[in-house]
Design a protein around this ligand. Structure first.
Ligand SMILES: CC(C)(COP(=O)(O)OP(=O)(O)OC[C@H]1O[C@@H](n2cnc3c(N)ncnc32)[C@H](O)[C@@H]1OP(=O)(O)O)[C@@H](O)C(=O)NCCC(=O)NCCS
Length: 178
């Protein structure tokens, strides 16, 4: 699967992405707002699972590499997962290599994935969850016209304590109007 944006190619992961994936997933910045960081074994296994999921039909999970054209080097990832089939609800998530932060790549990639989700997958809702202090991620959600619909109190173990989590969403009718 391939999705193009003005600057990016979003595509399924390949086995020869492993070195780039290991680098991205091993950076402390990538997991700063998460409760734990995967080890090399977990990263390798996740890449294999991701490739296996890409063979499912119909697909209920898309983990796509973000590459900056024309280079075919993984500089981030965007994921899309069916979380409630009965209401056609999908969850989106993203990460970009810190060297590429602040250039609009996360928003550009997520915008294309939302377009695909509403047009091709006929989604009704797309949701995103974020650590309540993850300003960059929340700013991206707002730029995508996602609306905050909740604050989950102390749902995330973080730094020997708890952190709150925000939930944002966008509906199919809002996407059409945006
Ligand atoms: C969150 C993340 C994906 C954003 O990637 P990005 O490509 O830098 O995002 P964009 O460039 O599209 O920026 C989106 C908005 O956030 C702003 N932003 C980016 N980094 C920021 C920061 N550190 N603090 C405040 N705002 C920030 C951008 O300026 C932009 O807003 P603007 O257009 O109004 O200026 C990136 O920081 C990341 O990978 N973080 C680690 C993984 C992660 O936290 N993923 C999200 C889990 S919910």
């Amino acid at each position: 699967m391939e999705l193009f944006t003005p600057r990016l190619l979003l595509r399924d992961f390949q086995q020869n992405d492993l070195a780039c994936v290991k680098e991205l997933e091993s950076l402390p910045e990538t997991y700063y707002f998460e409760s734990s960081q995967p080890n090399i074994e977990q990263i390798t296994k996740k890449l294999q699972q991701t490739q296996a999921e890409a063979l499912h039909s119909p697909r209920t999970s898309f983990h796509l590499a973000i590459t900056i054209r024309p280079l075919d080097r993984v500089r981030g990832r965007v994921s899309l997962t069916l979380i409630n089939e009965s209401i056609r609800e999908w969850e989106i998530g993203w990460a970009i290599h810190p060297d590429e932060w602040g250039k609009g790549f996360a928003t550009e990639a997520a915008h294309r994935v939302l377009e695909f989700t509403f047009s091709d997958l006929q989604a009704h809702r797309v949701v995103a969850f974020s650590h309540a202090e993850n300003t960059a991620s929340i700013r991206g959600m707002k730029k995508l016209n996602m609306q905050q619909e909740g604050l989950l109190r102390e749902t995330r173990p973080w730094k020997n304590g708890w952190s709150d989590e925000v939930v944002y969403s966008i509906l199919d009718r809002e996407w059409k109007d945006s």
